[in-house]
Structure formats: C-alpha cells, structure tokens
Write a protein that binds this ligand. Structure first.
Ligand code: NAD
Length: 559
C-alpha cells in the first residue's frame, strides 16, 4: 500500500522537446530519464515503480519519487543531489562541472549483505533494490539488453556454428524486461528460438511488440513450428506459455535435441522465479506464503538446471545468461561444479564476452531527450560514417532500425571500445552544437560493462588471476567518473545476480553541445572504458595489456 500513496494523478512519462523544467539540461536529463524508466510502456510494474529485473526500482516509493522530482527542479547549476536507495537525502553545493546526481542503491556492509537481510531493510522502508539501470535512471527498455544478447549469440555462432545461427534451435525461458530480448536476438542471428514464459499475457505482449514472432498453442505445436523453421533455415521465434522447469524435462522425454540452451528467468531472487504449477495458484501462493513459495521456487530451479545439464550431456551447448540460476540450484543442493570448482556450464562472460571487455568494449548507449526518433536516426548515420570498417556494427544498426521499436525516449545502444567511445561522444556533442539533433543527448551505459562491475557468478566469473570477487574496481570506477566530470554516477549492490553477489557502478553524461562539455566528454569517455583496460590488464589478460600499450592507457609499471 505504501507504494500507492502520493502516486501522481497523471501517468508518468518522459517530457519531450526543449522546454526545461529544471535549471540545467543536466538536471532536466536526470528527471526525464527517471520519468522514462517509469513510463508504463517501459517499466514492468508501473504502480510499484518496478522497472525491470525482478524488483528493480527507479525510486523507493511514489512519495520519494515526488521529492526527487521537486529537488531536481530546484537544483542549482552548482548543486548535487544525493540519492540513497531511491530517496533524495541531501543537496550539496559542489561545482558546475561536478555530477548533478550521486546515487547509492542497495549497498549493505558485506557481512550483512544477504537477500534476507535486504528484504528486512526493504520492509522497514530503508532500502530499495536498484538492479543496474533501474535505480540509476539509464534503462532504455529491452533494446539495451538486445544488443548485448545479439553480441553474445553472434559470438556463439562464431565459435560453434560457423558464423550464423541459421538452422539451429535455441531453447530459453523468460519474457520479461531483459529476457524478452532473447528471441529477437536469436532471429537477428538468423536462428530459431523457443522461449518459455509462464505468464500468458507476457507472451502476447512480446508478440505485439515484435520481439516474438508467434505464440504456440502447446508444446507439440511449438516443436512443429521450430523443427520446420530449422529445416528450411528460416529465422523464427516461438513463445510458449509454460514453466521452464516443466517444459525442459518434457523436451528431454520427447528426445528433442536443442542446439543451444540458456535461461533468463529472474532466478536471482527466489520471489521472482515462478515455481511449477497452475499460474493463478502460484501467484496466490507468493502473496499468501512467501516462505513456501521460495521453497518451491528452489525445487523448480533444481529441476530446471538438472534438465539443462542433461541437455548438455546430450550435446547441446549450455550457457548461463547471468541470472544466477546455477548459483541458486547449488543452494538447492544440486551439484553444478566440477572437481576444480568450475561451473559445469559456463557463464556468457567467460564463455563469450570477456575478449570484448579486454578492449574496453561494452554496452555504450545514448538517448534523445527531444523524444524525436529522427535524432537517433541522425546519430545512426554519424555512427556508420565514424566507424565505416566495423561490419558487425553496420549489421546491428541495419537490423535495429528494421526490428527494434522505440519504447519511451528514443535510444540506441552499441558496443564501443576504448578510444571509440570518446571519439563518438565528441561526434554526438558536435551534432548537438550544430543543431543537427533537436535537443541534448544523454550518453551512458549499463553497469554490466568492462570495468564497472565485480560479480563472481557473471561478469568476473573465472578471472585469470582469481580476482573474481574483488570489488575495489567498481568503487574506483565510480570515483574516477566523478573526478572526470560525469553528470550522474551510481554505486549499486546485487544487480543481475542478486543482493550480495555483485557490486557495480553506473555513469551518465549529457552531451549539451558546449565546448566545456566536449572537454568533460573526452575525459569521462576515456576514463570509464579505461577502467576495463586496467582491470583486465591487471588480471593478466594480454589483450588488455596490448590495448593499453597501443592506445595509450597509462598503467604504472607497464612498459
Ligand atoms: P523480469 O522479471 O522482467 O522477467 C523475468 C521473466 O521470467 C518473467 O516474465 C517471469 O514470469 C519469467 N519466469 C519466472 N519464472 C519462470 C519459470 N520458471 N519459467 C519460465 N519463465 C519464468 O526480469 P528480466 O529483466 O527479464 O531479467 C531476467 C534475469 O536476467 C534477472 O535475473 C536479471 O538479473 C538477469 N539479467 C541478465 C542480464 C545479462 O546481461 N545476462 C542483464 C540483465 C538482467
């Protein structure tokens, strides 16, 4: 009930155009991005301020949301608003070139940092779960994850299937905020995807949004559609209403052989993984008896992972998609590691993404504050002109333009590396200065980036030097971005894989077109991916060491 008090009468949606309600474009940008996160077209559960990823919130409740909005509107050009777990708690006099907003979400002293203790603090009204970009106001709907998922499937296609997923079937689950990107990422790589989701309305929604091609009547129908598409080499995604813990064992029973199996249900939080059973009863149980619900969720997760492992034994390529499904199954008593302590099937980062991290690459993104899609299309053109040699990028932009609907403020994401981000940030600032786009452009990234996250079951799984759980890196990343002139900087706990399992930081800077902003863009967009170079070079990755040498990232002691 506390969520509903002070709920704005008018539904929240990002303002468009060039009229400022705040005293600076930077504060206005933070306000629009907060509003954009909550926009019902963007957010998962609007009434409860949940943006994506289980219970990832944009503000602690509606009352605190209203206070944040008011504070941003009154914020002077040399002031900084402090946000503690979705609540504005202070305004500081700083500098015009200092961040306008500093955010800390869901952080708990390490020895107390468990889901259970967090839930208690949450109930006491002292905290909220910020996920990654929910509480740091740089979520751009499913497109954000679509690019990362597209990159991952492209890397899998390269490693295992000669460069394309054509004629292969991927089985996965979850059609929520992030997980909903999977079917489209597979078909963009020309493959076939079967995706299982217990909430029928979510399947229908993804079909409406163009992320899923077709909804199957039942499993037999789903398999018929998939097998046919596989045989003819036609890209196709099929949504099936059902539970992964039920459907995957059924696939095994039928002797069905998938080429790839993965999963992106909200397994990081047992309250968000739906156990097997009739969906109405399952949801009622969650409300009535959370402890029993969590027990059943864990049992279903164990069954689900057992099926993934059996598929792997039969020759399917299994990969964990960063939701801590393996970790939860382990909690539930399942053996998920080999005798060396390595997971029996790899996470997507050590499996496919780490080499990109070593070049400072990661999910770089921008968003048009004007609300005008033309601004994004103009920047798309500039992107292709700036990096004409990058064929992968050209393919992504072409497919994104054709297939990715703009949801909320128009945005674009692409993976750029050390040197490239700085270069392109300046191109964007120039477009703003010359009036070729109609308002300033927000530039940011996911917390899942090369140098901004410590997450032993995901981004930093299996680091070469054993530094998986060293969390100094994301802390340094946040400090470095503050020192370099970012516009809002955040530090979170528990994104992706759940409370206590990760520390990560976010960065946003607004290209306003001024020469002063160009200076700051240069620094921030070098500093930020530079942290990825430092982090991976320090861990002994030669590729990162080479990139540092070639592109001039200074590492003390390195020749
Ligand atoms: P979400 O809560 O929006 O959606 C998850 C979906 O899974 C829901 O629609 C839910 O109904 C469905 N689901 C739950 N239990 C299921 C089951 N047993 N079988 C089938 N479907 C089930 O969350 P999201 O934003 O889609 O994120 C999903 C997970 O992915 C989270 O754990 C998140 O932390 C993680 N994540 C990973 C990455 C990455 O880069 N790999 C990025 C962001 C989030």
């Amino acid at each position: 009930p506390m969520f509903y008090e002070f709920k704005p009468e008018e539904t929240v949606k990002a303002a468009h155009g060039t009229t400022l309600r705040c005293k600076t474009w930077e504060a206005e940008a933070a306000l629009r991005m907060l509003e954009n996160n909550l926009d019902p077209a963007v957010s998962l559960v609007y009434d409860e301020l949940i943006v994506y990823g289980g219970a990832g919130r944009a503000a602690r409740n509606w009352k605190e949301y209203q206070t944040i909005v008011k504070t941003l509107k009154e914020l002077e050009a040399d002031e900084t608003m402090l946000v503690q777990s979705g609540k504005a708690v202070g305004v500081l006099k700083t500098w015009a070139h200092a961040p306008r907003v500093l955010i800390a979400n869901s952080n708990i002293v390490p020895a107390w940092s468990t889901q259970e203790y967090f839930d208690e603090l949450d109930r006491m009204g002292l905290m909220m779960y910020g996920q990654m970009t929910a509480g740091s106001w740089i979520y751009i709907a499913t497109q954000g994850i679509l690019q990362g998922t597209y990159e991952t499937f492209a890397a899998m296609a390269d490693q295992h299937f000669g460069g394309s997923l054509r004629g292969t079937i991927t089985v996965t689950a979850g059609l929520g905020g992030m997980s909903g990107a999977q079917p489209l990422a597979v078909t963009m790589n020309d493959g076939v995807c079967l995706v299982v989701e217990p909430i029928d309305e979510r399947v229908k929604q993804k079909v409406r949004e163009g992320y899923v091609d077709e909804q199957a009547r039942d499993l037999a129908h789903a398999l018929e559609l998939c097998e046919q598409a596989k045989a003819t080499g036609t890209p196709l995604s099929v949504g099936l209403t059902g539970n992964a813990a039920t459907v995957l064992p059924e696939l095994l029973e039928r002797g069905f052989q998938a080429d790839i199996v993965t999963d992106q249900t909200s397994a990081h939080d047992l309250m968000d993984y739906l156990p097997e059973g009739e969906i109405g009863k399952v949801l009622a149980l969650r409300a009535a008896n959370p402890e029993e619900f969590k027990k059943q969720a864990l049992q279903s997760i164990v069954k689900h992972v057992e099926a993934i492992l059996e598929m792997q034994r039969r020759g399917t390529i299994a990969v964990d998609y960063g939701n801590n499904l393996r970790g939860q199954a382990e909690k539930g008593g399942l053996q998920v590691r080999d005798e060396h302590g390595q997971f029996l099937y790899p996470g997507f980062v050590p499996g496919y993404i780490r080499p990109l991290f070593c070049e400072g690459k990661g999910p770089f993104r921008w968003c048009a504050l004007s609300g005008d899609p033309q601004d994004i299309l103009r920047i798309d053109r500039a992107l292709l002109e700036t990096f004409p040699e990058n064929k992968m990028l050209a393919r992504w932009i072409e497919k994104a333009q054709a297939k990715v609907p703009f949801i909320g403020l128009p945005a674009r994401v692409c993976w750029l590396g050390y040197g490239e981000r700085e270069r392109f940030g300046l191109v964007i600032n120039d477009l703003v200065a010359r009036g070729e786009v109609s308002a300033p452009i927000v530039i940011g990234r996911d917390h899942l980036d090369c140098g901004s996250v410590a997450s032993p079951n995901r981004e930093t799984e299996g680091m070469k030097d054993g530094s998986d759980a060293v969390a100094d890196w994301p802390l340094l990343n946040a400090l470095a971005n503050c020192a370099s002139g970012a516009d809002w900087v955040s530090l979170h706990n528990g994104g992706g894989v759940g409370i206590g399992n990760s520390t990560h930081s976010g960065m946003v800077i607004v290209a306003t077109g001024t020469p002063e902003k160009a200076e700051r863009l240069k620094r921030v967009l070098t500093t930020d991916p530079g942290m990825g170079i430092f982090r991976h070079a320090d861990a002994g990755y030669e590729l990162a060491q080479d990139v540092a040498r070639e592109r001039g990232a200074k590492i003390p002691g390195q020749q």
